[in-house]
Design a protein around this ligand. Sequence first.
Ligand code: MG
Length: 285
Amino acid sequence: MREIESSEKRKMADAPPRWPRESDLWSRIGASGRSVLMLDYDGTLAPFRKERLEAYPYPGVPERLARLAALESVRLVLVSGRPARELLGLLTCVPGIGQRAEIWGDHGQERLRSDDSYSLRPVGEEERRLMDAVKEEVARLGLSGTVEAKPASLAIHWRGLDPQERDRINSAVRTLYRQQGERSDLRLLEFDGGIELRSKHAGKDVAVEQILAEEEPGIIAAYLGDDLTDEDAFAAAGDRALSILVRTEPRESSARFWLKPPEELLEFLDSWVQAAGARSRRKDS
Ligand SMILES: [Mg+2]
């Protein structure tokens, strides 16, 4: 994840090599009783759209998610910057997703479990005040339509705006953050298509840490994502989970591999279904 005020802090490695397809991952999943598949949504399972509430999955993804959700041996986790229930709303086309998958929304600050229980990281007064001030400032520029107030953070989306408007928002928000936010618990972060104010104690890395901590050491796990916000998750995955950058073009990343959506993504999900399903079938017979 790129932190605007200190973007030089962490150097990412070069662009990762292409996912080799033929991997011992599949036989290891087949031989084990459990695997964890963590997936980002926007840009990973679904193409970007200016109309954010119409960003539905790539064709073929809903069927694969439904098959994964149906497998007892797979813990299916969605980790997104979107609010959890909003993401669930975009996945109503996937039978059983709400009952079988868990969703970490707002960059891991919300957790919606498959039994419908829900938790949210508490937001401090100072954080709330700064987010309100930014919201007002963007409204003053006549661009309040770009603001997304999430349960515990504030995102400003500039996909589709002309560069001048984008620069106006960017500079106004940075100035306000320098004046009021630098010493707060909030970070100002870039993502693909905007800028976001979020707690220093939140991020997809926190979600990945927690998810892996709930599993036995050595569990077979993978995290797939596309954005700068996924870099934290890739770093947290380390050697404990396979990390894959999902993008049309590769870029510098901490991910171990890169694959191209949607075809290679569908193939990857199919292989996971097949490997984990083979285990279930053996158990049944
Ligand atoms: Mg994404």
